[in-house]
Structures are given as C-alpha cells and as structure tokens.
Design a protein around this ligand. Structure first.
Ligand code: ADP
Ligand code: F6P
Length: 320
C-alpha cells in the first residue's frame, strides 16, 4: 500500500473533517501518499482528486461539513460506474480508499473492494442508523443541535402556553428523536420503530398533564413518521391548546462537531489507515462497547439495529 485516497459520500455530517484530518495525517506520518477525492464516488469516477499533505488538513477539525465536498452518484450503483472507478484507481496508482458515509456509501465501498480496490468505510451520518456501530460520526453533534434549538422553542412555547410539534431528521430511523426527546423532556416522542395511537399517545397524554397543571408542551416527531404539519392542527382542535409546528431541517446537519464526534472521527480515521496499511479492505470501522472495532462490510450491512424500548418507555414515564 503506497497511495491511499479519502472521500466523503452521501449526506454530510459534522465530524467528517476530523475523519479526513486523521486519515491524511496518519497516512502521511506513515510514509503513504494521500489523495483527497472530491465529491464522493462522482469525483472518483471523474478523477477529481489532489495530493494532500500534513498542512492540507490544518484548521478543519472544528468545522462542520466536509472540505472534500460530498455527492450522491447514481452511476456508481452500476457495474459500468465501478469499472470506471477501478480504471481511474489503476491510472493514478490508488491502492486503497477510506470512504466516510452512510450505509449506501458502504455498499459502494463493498463493490469497489470486490472489484480489487481495498476500501475501509467509516460510519458518517447524523442518523445513527448503522447497525454495526453504537455511534456514527455526526450523531452526537446533531443531537446537541436539536436540543439547543428545542430549548429555544420551549422559551416561546412556554410564554404563550402553546404546544410545539418539532420534526427532527433521522431518515427512516428514530434514534435522533428518541434521545433528543428525552433530553428536552418532550411530552410525547413519535418514532417509526414504535406504532402509536395519536389520540392516546399524544392528545391523551396532553390532557392528562393538563389536569396536573401543565400548560405548555413539546412533541418530538421523527421525520420518518410524516404528517407533522397536520399534527399541530389536530392537537389544537382536540385540546384547545394553540399549537405550532417547527421542522428543524438542515440546521441539524451543520455546525461545529462536538468533542465526542471529533474524538470518534479521529480514532476511526486513524484505525482505517492502519487497516489499509496491512492491505486489509472491505471493512467497516465501528464503535462497540467503548472500543473501536472492524467488521466485514457485507456482514455489517446485514446486521439489524435494535431500538431501545426500555429508554423509550422511560422517556414517557418521566415526561408527564
Ligand atoms: P449514505 O451513504 O448517506 O447512505 P446514499 O444512500 O445516498 O447515502 O449513498 C451514497 C452513494 O453511495 C450513492 O450516491 C452511490 O454512489 C453509492 N451507493 C449507494 N448504494 C449503492 C449500491 N447499492 N451499490 C453501489 N454504490 C452505492
Ligand atoms: O442521512 C442524513 C439525512 O440528513 C437524513 O436525516 C435526511 O432524511 C436526509 O439526509 C436528507 O437528505 P438531503 O436533504 O441531503 O437529500
């Protein structure tokens, strides 16, 4: 392994820059040539890459987004796209690649590894929807952003005796909603993993707490549930409490990464290069039970992520 590349793919996540920094610095310090590939697999297919050195990654550890940019590249899902990428790797002498992204990006890394270019994937997504790891890069920052935003929403919700329905990201998963929901003391948390009855689990809970003197309410809804706008109208009609909906949107994807995300990304980036240096590819780096470990990508993609029902129940028991 003489030359490695690094790319970020799919939705960006805070901490991707810290991961790029760790890859570049570990590679350079171990005598490797490191190429930064712009805009994910699109840049790989198009040969859009540049040589990086220790100073190329100065002053990025605290920045959100990704200095390498990111993209979604439908062409990479085809055999033709993979073949083009392999040709580019051979042409520029790329011996291995670190891919930072979500499970879609992992599939690309697996296909490229099978085609002869060893890839190591790092979980980079705010959704934390990757089964093989307890934490993904960006998740902690996004949760903290949500909590910060909802704390502000709470101020005005309380002043007006209102109910705020807040939609948070997570794609089809409810991990962001569950944990942020606990942290803001939401009256109800709706997630795709748990079936709900709006009348009982939202309106009913609000009525119950109204009887104990509660006058303002926060309802956290994962985007995978849908119909958030209509929820505020239903609540207002059913409870008489004036209601508003806020869709937090892409504010959740930006911002300076938290300590946890910076450290996680740094450890994972370093670990990935050490794997490539041993000519080991087709692996995902993960964080399990306080340790950094790695799995076969195929195995990782087939794992099923559990949803912590105990915490879900606890959240509702204490937010009443
Ligand atoms: P994420 O990595 O955040 O899950 P996507 O699902 O959009 O985001 O995937 C990012 C990119 O990974 C896609 O645009 C595509 O280039 C590549 N990719 C996704 N799925 C596959 C697949 N089945 N085979 C090969 N490449 C894939
Ligand atoms: O996967 C990260 C994420 O922000 C999801 O939470 C969301 O569903 C999706 O990406 C939005 O993607 P975009 O707006 O970039 O297409």
């Amino acid at each position: 392994m003489k030359t490695i590349g690094v790319l970020t793919s799919g939705g960006d996540a805070p901490g991707m820059n810290a991961a790029i920094r760790a890859v570049v610095r570990t590679g350079c310090e171990n005598g490797l040539r490191v190429l930064g590939i712009r805009r994910g697999y699109s840049g790989l297919i198009g040969g859009d890459m540049f040589e990086m050195n220790l100073r190329s990654v100065s002053d990025i550890i605290h920045r959100g987004g990704t200095m390498l940019y990111t993209a979604r590249c439908p062409e990479f899902k085809t055999q033709e796209g993979i073949n083009k990428a392999v040709d580019v790797c051979k042409e520029v002498g790329l011996d291995g690649i670190v891919v930072v992204g979500g499970d879609g990006s992992f599939r690309g890394a697996r296909d490229l590894s099978l085609a002869g270019i060893p890839c190591v994937a790092l979980p980079g997504t705010i959704d934390n929807d990757i089964a093989c790891t307890d934490y993904t890069i960006g998740y902690d920052t996004a949760m903290n952003t949500i909590v910060d935003m909802v704390d502000r929403i709470r101020d005005t919700t309380e002043s007006h005796d209102r109910c705020s329905v807040v939609e948070v990201m997570g794609h089809t998963a409810g991990y962001l909603a569950l944990n942020a929901g606990i942290a803001v003391g939401a009256t109800s948390i709706l997630v795709p993993e748990v079936p709900y009855d709006f009348e009982k689990d939202v309106v009913g809970r609000m009525r119950r707490t109204q009887k104990t003197g509660k006058k303002h309410f926060i309802i956290i809804v994962a985007e995978g549930i849908g119909g958030t706008m209509e929820m505020a109208e239903t609540i207002e009609r059913e409870t008489g409490v004036e209601s508003r909906t806020t869709v937090l949107g892409h504010v959740q994807r930006g911002g300076s990464p938290t300590v946890r995300d910076r450290v996680l990304a740094s450890e994972m980036g370093h670990y990935a290069v050490k794997l490539l240096m041993q000519d080991i590819g087709n692996r995902v780096v993960a964080y399990k039970k306080d340790s950094i470990v790695d799995y076969d990508i195929y195995e990782a993609l087939n794992m099923k992520k559990s949803f912590d029902m105990e915490i879900y129940k606890l959240a509702h028991e204490i937010s009443i």
